[in-house]
Design a protein around this ligand. Structure first.
Ligand code: ZN
Length: 374
């Protein structure tokens, strides 16, 4: 580890070798669909790493070498029969893990390596060698549930990492999922678990289309410990700032987690093909810096960011750079060429129907208070 470096980067070349198969957009490329490429390609992710490299940022971060997660580590989160299905189908030229989760031969090996990389990051953070880390891996994870894959995800990297942190002795952790799509995986996995506060801010009824409602608060011993913040399409910084300042940060204040897990997507970015929000890199910077500050207040700085969505190849790298600058406290010296355009877009002021959505989610803070006895 380099002296003074407190932020780690989990990266492995083979993360970019996961392929969905013969697709175009979300559709199998069978007539009348002309073959093209799936929405989730390596390019937007590889360009993040390339920008980190080109700007000199990579060498200022600690490299975390991933290793494959073991069956026991995966089984803390996933059902054995689902893992057996992935292992079996991993030998096929093309297969599916579930709704919108195609993969091809070898993808489960890459998924295992991504999950193991998240676990390695947790170990180094809990040892005190690092404060926080960014897992820049494919396949991504936040839609994967205990017994089925969804939305480009095979195994749930962030949830496997959180389960590892709990198995290592932590008693209370929190998720803040800022991908434009619902963090349904962690919600389902920890639905009845009071040791995990799962928070997700996302576009309402987008993906998965049937989850993410504000009324879903957990059940049994987990009741009160799930906080959904569904937002109408078209939100800008005003709505997101209100969500962070009035809902997410106060929820963390009440719950006082010992470590933060942040499934971070950049698909709430303006011009993303799979989201309908208008954030720019400076807005992601604000979200990341507020989460880092919360991790410093409650968790001794312990935070793991896992890469999730972000599909605009041109803009996503600059958004990820702003995020990692905020999380690491290191200035890359790079100015986002899209930054001024996105900051200047109309629509960043919070509108009345966006305000109503924030207020509805904020009302659930009482449930967290009641459940924690705070
Ligand atoms: Zn997404």
């Amino acid at each position: 580890m380099k002296m003074g470096t407190r932020t780690g980067l989990v990266w492995h070349e083979t993360f970019m070798w996961h392929q969905q198969g013969k697709f175009s957009g979300l559709m199998p490329a069978i007539y009348p669909v002309q073959p093209g490429h799936h929405y989730e390609t390596p390019e937007s992710k590889r360009r993040i790493k390339n920008l980190f490299d080109a700007s000199g940022l990579t060498r200022k971060l600690a490299h975390i070498e991933p290793r494959p997660a073991t069956d026991a580590e995966l089984q803390r989160v996933h059902k054995p029969d689902y893992l057996a299905q992935l292992a079996r189908d991993n030998e096929l030229p093309e297969a599916s893990a579930g709704f919108d989760a195609p993969f091809s031969r070898g993808s489960f090996d890459f998924a295992r390596l991504a999950a193991g990389g998240a676990i390695e990051a947790v170990d180094q953070i809990l040892k005190g060698d690092l404060d926080n880390a960014y897992l820049l891996a494919r396949p991504v994870g936040h839609h994967a549930e205990s017994g089925i894959g969804k939305g480009f995800c095979l195994v749930n990297n962030a949830s496997i990492a959180a389960a590892h942190a709990l198995a290592s002795g932590l008693e209370r952790v929190a998720f803040v999922d800022v991908d434009v799509h619902h963090g349904n995986g962690a919600e389902e996995i920890f639905w009845r678990d009071p040791r995990v506060l799962t928070i997700s801010v996302h576009q309402d009824r987008w993906f998965p289309p049937d989850t993410g409602d504000v009324s879903a608060v957990g059940e049994g011993p987990g009741k009160g410990f799930n906080l959904n913040i569904p937002l109408p399409a078209g939100c800008g910084f005003g709505a997101y700032k209100a969500v962070v300042d009035e809902v997410i940060v106060p929820a963390l204040e009440i719950y006082r987690p010992q470590m933060l897990f942040v499934p971070f997507g950049f698909d709430a970015g303006a011009q993303d093909p799979l989201g309908r929000m208008i954030l720019g890199s400076n807005h992601f910077r604000y979200i990341a810096s507020e989460l880092r500050a919360a991790s410093q207040r409650h968790c001794g700085g312990k935070m793991l960011v896992t890469h999730e969505g972000g599909y605009n190849e041109a803009t996503t790298p600059f958004m990820a750079l702003a995020m990692i600058e905020a999380v690491s406290g290191i200035d890359s010296g790079v100015t986002d060429p899209y930054g001024a355009i996105m900051d200047g877009m109309p629509g960043h002021e919070i509108l009345p129907h966006q305000r109503a959505a924030v207020d509805a989610a904020r009302a659930n803070l009482d449930g967290i208070r009641a459940a924690t006895g705070a």
